[in-house]
Design a protein around this ligand. Structure first.
Ligand SMILES: O=c1ccn([C@@H]2O[C@H](COP(=O)(O)O)[C@@H](O)[C@H]2O)c(=O)[nH]1
Length: 233
């Protein structure tokens, strides 16, 4: 079974382990997410290999730096032909525009879409207010950040399923809502605070679901992936 909306977060430190897991999917080439953990171990050539094998790739490196640095980094990452790339909206509009310009400055086969991190799905209201120092609810902050992302020309945001419907309503169907923090009722939340089931997240308007541990820690990751696909409305 294959569903483009389900993105498997390859959160392992060893590219060989990631390849072995993907081999267990047989001919199915799931949309995969490569985050900091694996990218820092495996590097750009490994991402190119994934692309050449037919995977769509979400490169979740969460860029956050001064605009010029982000422009040049986005240019290099755009050259990898990745399908999705993340930046931190907290970096501000000029930085976000730099990311968009960096990716747009290179000619590639794939048009890399850039999605902005609003508030991490591991953040709840207490963390937001007392540690990060932003008052109000998480939902208010997510909407504020999404508005900045939209103004800067991003293709969408990363948010939890709990904010997806509001984002779609305010910013339109084409503005992507990518939702991690996906859990079945039997799954442990771990460090995730704003979790939702896959069915509900899709019903709330999520375009993509990002699923890591419920798949990667399953006895048979390919079966866990199939099960999740079968649940999607
Ligand atoms: O707000 C965010 C942004 C990114 N992530 C990433 O998604 C996966 C989720 O993994 P699980 O094991 O399913 O919790 C992970 O790679 C995070 O870096 C996120 O969780 N929340």
């Amino acid at each position: 079974m294959y569903d483009e909306r389900l993105i498997v977060a390859l959160d392992v430190s060893d590219p060989v382990a990631a390849e072995n897991m993907l081999q267990s999917f047989g001919s199915v080439k799931p949309f995969v997410k490569v985050g900091m953990q694996l990218y820092y171990a495996a590097g750009p050539d490994w991402v190119r290999k994934l692309k050449s094998r037919g995977h769509q790739v979400f490169l979740d490196l969460k860029l956050h730096d001064i605009p010029r640095t982000v422009y040049l980094a986005a240019q290099n990452l755009g050259r990898l032909n990745v399908d999705l790339l993340t930046v931190h909206i907290a970096g501000g509009v000029e930085m976000l525009q730099a990311a968009v310009a960096g990716v747009g400055s290179v000619q590639t086969e794939v048009t890399t879409k850039i999605v902005g991190i609003t508030q991490l799905t591991s953040t709840d209201r207490q963390i937001l207010n007392e540690q990060i120092g932003i008052p109000g609810t998480v939902a208010q902050c997510v909407i504020h950040y999404a508005r900045l992302g939209r103004e800067a020309g991003l293709d969408g945001v990363v948010c939890s399923g709990w904010e997806a419907a509001d984002i779609k309503q305010r910013f339109g169907r084409d503005f992507l809502a990518v939702t991690p923090g996906i859990r079945l009722p039997v799954d442990e939340s771990g460090d995730q605070k704003r979790v939702m089931t896959p069915e509900q997240a899709i019903r709330e308007g999520a375009d993509y679901l990002v699923v890591g541990r419920p798949i990667t820690r399953a006895k048979r990751p390919a079966d866990a992936y199939d099960q999740l696909c079968s649940l999607l409305p």
